[in-house]
Unconditional design. Structure first.
Length: 320
């Protein structure tokens, strides 16, 4: 039997895990590795990518920065979350605000410090990333449009870091040889960004009660729920553009199955959106988008499974 003190410590660890959303971070790290293996560096064998120490440091620094971002977001949203997510909020409050700040600064320091082993550009990138997350959590997220756009930008920045790592030092003539790959990467990023942007706006509809009570000026509060639904529907139709390029223009292997299925799900998503009125309805839509995003991570393998055993060729890319 655990002692009372041990039980309290265990609950605080669980609380901190909830605050940093420890269940999300491994998925983001996996997405970075799969993107590197199948999209950004298919020339290299999967084992070579996995054993790349510099890439590991970048993924680790990204994970630490994202974890610290969840902490500072939780710190500023504690009052709002108490209304929107009372059960989770009670669990999160087992860790004091002071402890959260200490862990926040510690994680950021470690992320910036280990980035030194990559280059000064990596340190600059993560320093800017950390600042933008703080700015978003403290100020920007309270405002319509710009808050949603910045949330989507912050979500894709870890993948932009991986892109810089593999492509930054390539000479111009080498970059010209990778134009198709870069266009494919941009299309993937566009599709992901649109899903994330829709999810952020669904969250605004889902959390409208807490946002209103705490002075957040989200799109549903300032312009109304109907306007928010119109914008989400517009974003939904915009997904047709990257999906078209990824299926008909670029070679994404068997991953085209994922895009076909996703598009069918998004059609039903749009129909359900206009019938949704309650927090429960919007939570369901939120989870549908989250499922599509997570499924997209694992389906990256379908682009070309043979890359797991050997790259398309033996060229080694320059390092960031």
């Amino acid at each position: 039997m655990l002692s009372r003190k041990s039980k309290l410590l265990l609950w605080k660890i669980i609380s901190l895990f909830s605050v940093v959303r420890g269940y999300n971070i491994p998925i983001i790290a996996l997405a970075q590795y799969l993107s590197a293996i199948f999209i950004l560096a298919p020339e290299k064998r999967a084992l070579g990518v996995l054993l790349d120490l510099n890439l590991f440091i970048i993924v680790l620094a990204s994970s630490l920065t994202i974890a610290s971002g969840y902490i500072i977001n939780n710190f500023y949203d504690s009052k709002k979350d108490f209304i929107n997510r009372p059960n989770k909020s009670m669990l999160d409050r087992l860790v004091s605000q002071n402890t959260k700040l200490k862990v926040y600064f510690t994680l950021n320091f470690i992320a910036a410090f280990i980035a030194i082993f990559i280059s000064w550009r990596a340190v600059l990138f993560f320093s800017v990333y950390i600042f933008l997350i703080w700015l978003y959590s403290h100020k920007i997220k309270k405002y319509p449009f710009i808050g949603n756009l910045m949330a989507a930008l912050l979500a894709v920045m870890p993948f932009f870091c991986i892109l810089l790592y593999f492509y930054y030092n390539l000479p111009l003539n080498e970059i010209e040889n990778h134009v198709d790959d870069l266009a494919k990467i941009f299309s993937h990023a566009s599709f992901l960004s649109l899903l994330i942007l829709m999810r952020e706006m669904i969250k605004d509809l889902e959390n409208i009660k807490g946002d209103l009570a705490n002075g957040y000026k989200t799109i549903p509060i300032v312009y109304g729920e109907r306007t928010a639904k119109k914008i989400i529907t517009f974003l939904l139709w915009l997904t047709v553009i990257p999906v078209y390029f990824l299926i008909d223009i670029f070679d994404v292997g068997y991953m085209d199955i994922y895009f076909y299925v996703s598009f069918i799900i998004l059609i039903f998503f749009g129909m359900r959106l206009w019938k949704s009125e309650t927090k429960k309805d919007f939570l369901l839509l939120h989870n549908v988008l989250k499922l599509l995003i997570v499924a997209g991570v694992f389906c990256i393998v379908l682009i070309d499974p043979s890359v797991l055993w050997h790259g398309r060729n033996l060229l080694l890319l320059s390092k960031f």
